[in-house]
Design a protein. Sequence first.
Length: 202
Amino acid sequence: MTAAEFVEDYWEYYLTLESNFINTFRYVALDKKNKKCYSVEFFGLIQSICSEIDSVMKVLCGLPGNSDSHQANIFKYKQILESKNIFLHKDKINIERSNYIKLVPFKEWKNSAHLNWWKTYTTLKHNRLGNIEDANQYNVFFSLSALYLLEVYLIKTINENNHIIKESQLFNCKAGEGCFNGEIYLSTVTDEELEEVIKNSD
């Protein structure tokens, strides 16, 4: 995959999803106080974001795009990625706006294969009306940050120098620096920091 193909096939769609989420800030500010605010708009975003996460995971894991649920699921992705020495639970994303201080989208993978925002996606997919309160800002924010992190790993697989790619308006990988213009850098959290993040995530 070339940088141009990455932009066309994945990054432009990510930016569209991000823009759609940012548009909701006109009505609901991005703030921990609003994390339980739910809507059908957030439902649609969660479905679109997590569907794309599934697609990008397959690429990172080297699985065919038409893998069925028996061959490819979130538990299998974790196993494959960790066999490639990709431990997503240690990766921290910096936030350009809001009072969410630290964001570690795969933090639950430290101790299990469970992800709260992914479980929300699957329960909403099978029973939207019964679980609509889970279609909230918090779950959209975490799932979008997870997709962003996976996109960063995907661009790292491209062996091209000096690729210029439009930055995210919400996230970056290192304070004061972009992820895509120049060297890719991922911030990591210590075990102690991760325990603190998990403890304070609710």
